[in-house]
Design a protein around this ligand. Structure first.
Ligand code: PMP
Length: 288
């Protein structure tokens, strides 16, 4: 399957509400509730050699995200796992990306979701590299991550990505690869679809506490890998002025895996040994 084809005009199948649909027929109506009110929840998964890494955890997070936005997905975690395996197999996908999404349909309109049905689809397609190069440049965004009192920040919910899309597109327009976002308190939060790590001068690895953004599965995996390598990992509030002391910086995420950050705003960072070791360890683990 070509990477350049539009996402709605490809061969293959998409799992849609319990059945495999022809790729081009997997459509939603313009009056779907989630299109208007942003309450869809989704996942981003990668498969390696035909196997989805941490499939169970992703399917469970989809159900958890739905709960956080008061949406009941009418499938169990086992059924979502099975649907995902089926769609990867039926599309003959060896390595690529999987996108499950649950949304409220066009059964009712208005801010209230009462009367809407929850629909679920799982699509799988090739997506080799999220960023263009071996390391990335980040630009600090004017957009701030909201407080958990203002948004369901632990959910992977479509509406939360409105500011991420604007932040990333503004960063790219300014010549960077992605945005570095602060939170409502002014603390360093994350990139627009990936978590942040800093290797500090004493060799310890610091990452912002995930209390108002997604505690990424890759973030959790990398913390375990680092501890296994004898690296001290500290989860704490990180303030923007501390960033310049970092010896190495990298981002983690299912799509981005472990990607070194070579620049933040005007400051360059070398791609160092801690990042390289974790990058290698992650690459090995996902293919194990
Ligand atoms: N933060 C955001 C906003 C994301 O979209 C993602 C990608 N799902 C992540 C962090 C990383 O999460 P994970 O490692 O589970 O992919």
């Amino acid at each position: 399957m070509s990477l350049l084809l539009p996402l709605d005009d490809r061969d293959g199948v998409i799992w849609l509400n319990g059945k495999l649909a022809a790729w081009r027929d997997a459509k939603v109506h313009v009056l779907a509730h989630s299109l208007h009110y942003g309450n869809a929840v989704f996942e981003g998964e990668r498969c390696y050699g035909g196997t989805v890494f941490k499939l169970r955890e992703h399917s469970q997070r989809l159900l958890d995200s739905a709960k956080l936005v008061a949406m009941d997905i009418p499938y169990t975690v086992d059924e979502i796992d099975a649907a995902t395996r089926l769609v990867v197999r039926e599309n003959g996908l060896d390595s690529g990306y999987v996108r499950p999404i649950a949304w409220r349909g066009a059964e009712a309109i208005g801010v209230s979701a009462a009367g809407t049905k929850v629909h679920l689809a799982v699509a799988a397609f090739p997506w080799p590299a999220y960023y263009g190069g071996p390391s990335i440049a980040l630009k600090t965004s004017r957009w701030k991550r909201p407080s958990p009192e203002s948004a369901p920040t632990a959910a992977k919910c479509a509406g939360l990505y409105v500011i991420c899309t604007m932040a990333r597109d503004e960063a790219v327009a300014a010549g960077a690869d992605d945005a570095l976002m602060h939170d409502y308190r002014g603390q360093v939060a994350e990139a627009t679809g990936a978590n942040l790590f800093f290797v500090m001068p004493d060799g310890t690895l610091h990452t912002p506490t995930a209390d108002c953004f997604l505690n990424g599965l890759t973030r959790q995996t990398v913390i375990e890998l680092a501890r296994g390598q004898g690296v001290t990992v500290v989860e704490r509030a990180i303030w923007p002025e501390e960033v310049r002391q970092a010896r190495e910086v990298f981002v983690t995420g299912t799509a981005v895996e472990v990607t070194p950050v070579g620049r933040i705003d005007a400051q360059d960072f070398p791609v160092g040994p801690v990042t390289k070791r974790l990058q290698d360890a992650y690459a090995k683990l996902v293919r194990a």
